[in-house]
Design a protein around this ligand. Sequence first.
Ligand SMILES: Nc1nc2c(ncn2[C@@H]2O[C@H](COP(=O)(O)OP(=O)(O)OP(=O)(O)O)[C@@H](O)[C@H]2O)c(=O)[nH]1
Ligand SMILES: [Mg+2]
Ligand SMILES: [Zn+2]
Length: 303
Amino acid sequence: MKSKRAKSPPVGEAITARVVANFRATVALQLQGQEGFEKAYPLKNLPLLVAGDEVVCRREDGALRVYELLERRSVLERADRHWVKPLAANLTHLGIVSANPPGVDALLIDQFCVAASRARVSSLIIFNKCDTMSADERTSVSALMDTYRAIGYPAVMIDTKTENGMEPLMTELANRSITLVGASGVGKSSIVQKLLPDKELRIGAVSQATGFGSHTTSVTYWYELPNGGAIIDSPGVRQYSVAHVDEQTVREGFFEMADTAVQCRFSNCTHTVEPACAVLDAVKDGSIAASRYENYCKLIASE
Ligand SMILES: Nc1nc2c(ncn2[C@@H]2O[C@H](COP(=O)(O)OP(=O)(O)OP(=O)(O)O)[C@@H](O)[C@H]2O)c(=O)[nH]1
Ligand SMILES: [Mg+2]
Ligand SMILES: [Zn+2]
């Protein structure tokens, strides 16, 4: 993607900046080499700017105007039946958070894995609230962690009330730009709070700069981590639709199946009804997890 420049004569010195939050008509920016945040107005013909975007702005009559969006290295999109919208940009990882409550939903995890694969970013699977897990829950979450690890996804079990799992989590986060996603209430904001005790101060500063309330839960925020990298807190989703994702993308998103699929008799095998399907054989012999395969079938069917 080429950078997008609005049609307006540039005024003042060009300043590069990072979008830390988007409030529709205005954005909160962190200007390169400066502390704090500033409110800016994107010029009209720019695409929707999102947390993580790198932009060029200039001062014009005392106001900061964004007139160029620099090329996005990656973009995470959300969709429902009627629209597809960017949610965050320039991430390297998706941090897929689950917890009980609201309940660990493996289908949602797999949908996010597909979304990450589509955005060409890596996934990190995070199981939160291990402080309140029953022995049974812990056993089933551990089994799920093993399933994801066997595929090659890093997985951690943490809670935000203690130091449990924090060290492995920190190792996974170092120098990465990770967007936390997951159902409402899984603890995404709590994880950011744990990593950045000054989180509220930062939100307060953004709110002061933009004039928007500090307790909007519908805004995606980009937070720079003290030791390099960034963490992006997104509002929770009840359902992550892959409506805009075609069957081929779903197939590619299930890595372990894509690897095995080269041995299927038909190159366009859907791994559902075809004879001589290597994926079905692998599900039968247990080398592909039945739960992953079931989710794959659900996603293909809903597509
Ligand atoms: N017991 C326990 N509770 C937690 C943990 N982490 C978060 N919580 C609680 O879970 C609730 C939801 O946490 P949030 O961090 O707001 O969840 P969220 O994912 O940001 O939710 P949305 O912003 O709605 O998407 C809060 O009451 C937290 O105190 C944890 O590790 N253990
Ligand atoms: Mg939150
Ligand atoms: Zn097959």
